[in-house]
Design a protein around this ligand. Structure first.
Ligand code: 5GP
Length: 226
């Protein structure tokens, strides 16, 4: 994890960027919870939305593409990047390291896009501390059995890793309480429209509309009357 000083300065930097700009949307779920599918759907339907491609030391699965799904790096490279402050947050999850690129998030926000961070519960906790107005969403599978079936059906993990992910899921689901929104992913279409609704509703929050509202109000001033 970041040390206290790094966390503070990263947090200050982020708050500055966030003001009046895009928002961070943190999405967490246990492995196999289906958040990847939901996020892919939402990225297709909701305009002006970016996705933070994380760095990881995990090996690429069949079909995963470097730079699209993750940036796959060695442990040494990851640690070097962490030392250099390249990550907004990072954590060890199911035995591998995963981190969110600071530069990438800043770039997306600077371009005025909201950005989805698909990260674990530890990462979500770090981001909540760093970015006051981050939006957090927890995706719950409908049941433990469904989670197991989904993970087994995916066939992407070796038996040991699959067992570890299932075991860790018990602790992860307990932490849904730390999130602002909870979506039960029973049906991918319904769940992805709920996620899109959360994003639209958060965009419409008064606090996020101050600047736009002020611009409209300026047109109502008497001195503008004809
Ligand atoms: P997977 O190996 O299944 O792709 O991901 C394992 C877990 O790591 C998932 O819970 C995923 O959300 C999380 N994860 C992916 N990227 C990051 C990241 O940048 N930071 C953190 N903290 N977790 C991540």
């Amino acid at each position: 994890m970041l040390n206290e000083t790094e966390e503070k300065s990263a947090g200050e930097a982020m708050s500055e960027i966030i003001t009046g700009r895009g928002m961070l949307i943190v999405v967490s779920s246990p492995s196999g919870g289906g958040k990847g599918t939901l996020i892919r759907r939402v990225l297709k339907t909701v305009p002006n939305l970016g996705y933070s491609v994380s760095f990881t030391t995990r090996r690429a699965r069949a079909g995963e593409i470097d730079g699209r799904d993750y940036f796959f790096v060695s442990e040494d490279k990851f640690k070097e990047m962490a030392e250099a402050g390249a990550f907004l947050e990072y954590a060890r999850v199911h035995g591998n390291l995963y981190g969110t690129s600071h530069a990438q998030v800043e770039r997306e926000l600077a371009e005025g896009r909201d950005i989805i961070l698909e990260i674990d519960v530890q990462g979500a906790e770090s981001v909540r501390h760093l970015v006051r107005d981050a939006v957090s969403v927890f995706i719950l599978p409908p049941s433990f059995d469904t989670l197991r079936e989904r993970l087994e059906g995916r066939g992407s993990e070796r038996p040991n890793d699959l067992a570890l992910r299932l075991k860790n899921s018990r602790g992860e689901v307990e932490r849904y309480r730390e999130f602002q929104y909870v979506i039960i992913n029973d049906d991918a279409e319904a769940a992805s429209s709920q996620l899109a609704s959360v994003i639209y509703a958060e965009r419409a929050r008064r606090e996020r509309q101050e600047e736009a509202a002020q611009r409209v109000l300026a047109t109502f001033k008497e001195e503008n009357a004809i």
